[in-house]
Design a protein around this ligand. Structure first.
Ligand code: HEC
Length: 163
């Protein structure tokens, strides 16, 4: 199979996936083609971007706080909070990966070059070990895209508190 066939096959799969997950109409198709090209280059994160933006627009940080029970055994979120088994997550949205002082990160995450935005957090929370093989975050992942979006909305609110 040549590369163009593979790309168009992926495009079909991705747009089928988008339509199923979000119920969004054809407006996603243009993005899907671009995302697919990015996926073919190994940028798996890009295919989530259109989805997560839409989901985030409708997300509920209060429900997201409930999702955080899956994280709080290992993470604090308040500014100046302690590092536990995992690093403090204050201000995590927009932050470079693996820069929290006083926490020893895996080489895999330290060398990932990631910046935490909605799309990368979405992918991480869905399956950290698949995104960064060798990470020391042992977490099976949250499968439901809406629950992930709510959780990211919660983290975002903590990162940029309005008071
Ligand atoms: C069992 C403990 C554990 C659980 C549960 C856990 N984490 Fe982690 N988390 C870690 C560890 C350990 C790391 C550091 C990973 C590394 O260095 O590879 C980490 C790293 C992270 C990072 C990257 C931080 C940075 O500064 O780059 C984010 C974001 C994160 N976790 C979010 C979450 C969220 C959100 C949840 C809940 C859905 C969660 N984690 C659940 C242990 C955990």
């Amino acid at each position: 199979m040549n590369i163009l066939k593979i790309i168009s096959l992926l495009a079909m799969l991705v747009s089928a996936g988008c339509a199923q997950e979000t119920g969004a109409p054809a407006s996603n198709d243009a993005n899907s083609a671009a995302d697919t090209a990015a996926s073919a280059n190994g940028d798996a994160g890009a295919e989530n971007e259109a989805d997560i933006d839409a989901l985030l627009a409708a997300a509920d940080p209060v429900l997201g706080k409930r999702q955080f029970i899956f994280c709080q055994a290992c993470h604090t979120v308040a500014a100046g909070g302690a590092n536990k088994l995992g690093p403090n997550l204050a201000g995590i949205v927009g932050k470079e990966a693996a820069v929290v002082p006083g926490f020893i990160f895996s080489a895999a995450l330290a060398e990932s070059g990631l910046v935490w935005d909605a799309a990368s957090l979405d992918q991480w929370i869905a399956n950290p070990a698949a995104m960064v093989p060798g990470t020391t975050m042992v977490f099976a992942g949250i499968r439901d895209p809406e629950q992930r979006a709510n959780l990211i909305a919660y983290l975002q609110e903590i990162a940029n508190p309005v008071d």
